[in-house]
Design a protein around this ligand. Structure first.
Ligand code: GLN
Length: 304
């Protein structure tokens, strides 16, 4: 790579000057307080280097990016058995949509929409107390990142708990179809806490290294499974904006309404970007633009 540091400096400067920063999520009151001025990007390469620009050590709410890690834990623990409860197709609908779940009898389309992520959390909650599972998720992240300073923001979790009617509705609906093992408020409560994990862009890029598929990096899962997580990130990681992200960026990515995106360049790098303003599909507006520019400058793409 010619000069990743210079590429990131340029992208950071361009994003600081960007006029249209999208809109910060306001349906979770604690997230509505975050300024849309933040920007950070971190790139961890397969050969062990890390490059950053912007506020790469400021923690932010990873929200739905957590779904990548709970899926990894679920696949490691349950293997293909998980797929009896959740599908692997893009939904073409918003992350919190209800309609499809009714047509498809309580089986969510994929593990990255909210309904699917609730099923994944519910599956790995089996045999554990919520506190134990949340401890396991944090341990997984800390081991993957090689950093201990990763925590849950309890105020964000409480804020979502107080307003999370749609997620509770999704969970109740799946319970009605026999696709939930625990009481809806238990599964949702665990999910709200997992979404409220805070990480910096640097920590998130480090935690994503196990998905690069390169030797000498932390190995959290069998290689065949990490490839499949990448496939799902590519097809479903941005909800009804997944096609657009694949077209513009050409790499698997998973977004969250906190404005974070984890992007994997297989064999090359793990990339984390953060800018809290979102586009109409609930994906970081500048985050997407920044990784689009990074992909163009580096030539990284899974499409050759
Ligand atoms: N897209 C997201 O990041 C959504 C996560 C959020 N906690 C929710 O369930 O609404």
């Amino acid at each position: 790579m010619s000069d990743l540091g210079a590429i990131l400096d340029r992208i950071g400067a361009e994003m600081a000057a960007a006029p249209d920063r999208g809109r910060v999520a306001d349906y979770i009151p604690e997230l509505a307080r975050i300024s849309d001025r933040h920007f950070a990007m971190a790139v961890c390469t397969a050969d062990g280097q890390t490059f950053i620009t912007g506020e790469a050590d400021t923690p932010f709410s990873i929200q739905s990016v957590s779904k990548v890690f709970t899926l990894a834990i679920a696949l490691g623990r349950l293997g293909d058995q998980l797929w009896t409860r959740v599908g692997r197709e893009p939904s073409g609908l918003a992350f919190n949509s209800m309609v499809q779940l009714e047509y498809e009898r309580g089986i969510p389309r994929n593990p990255f929409i909210n309904a699917g992520a609730l099923v994944v959390t519910d599956a790995i909650l089996a045999g554990h107390k919520p506190r134990e599972l949340l401890g396991e998720i944090l341990r997984f992240l800390r081991e993957a990142a090689g950093e201990d300073d990763i925590h849950i923001n309890k105020a964000v979790a409480a804020s979502e708990q107080a307003t999370g009617h749609r997620n509770l509705a999704l969970a109740h609906f799946m319970a009605a179809h026999g696709n939930l093992l625990h009481a809806p408020d238990l599964t949702c409560g665990t999910y709200f806490h997992q979404c409220a994990i805070e990480m910096s862009a640097r920590q998130l890029a480090l935690a994503g290294r196990f998905l690069i598929g390169a030797p000498d990096l932390p190995r959290m899962l069998a290689p065949g499974r990490t490839r499949r997580i990448n496939a799902l990130m590519m097809t479903c990681g941005h909800y009804d904006g997944s096609g657009e992200f694949a077209y513009r960026v050409g790499l698997p990515g998973k977004s969250g309404v906190g404005g974070g995106i984890l992007v994997i360049a297989p064999g090359r790098a793990s990339i984390a970007v953060w800018s809290p303003g979102l586009n109409a599909q609930g994906n970081s507006q500048l985050g997407t633009l920044a990784v689009e520019r990074l992909a163009r400058a580096t030539g990284w793409s899974v499409f050759g």
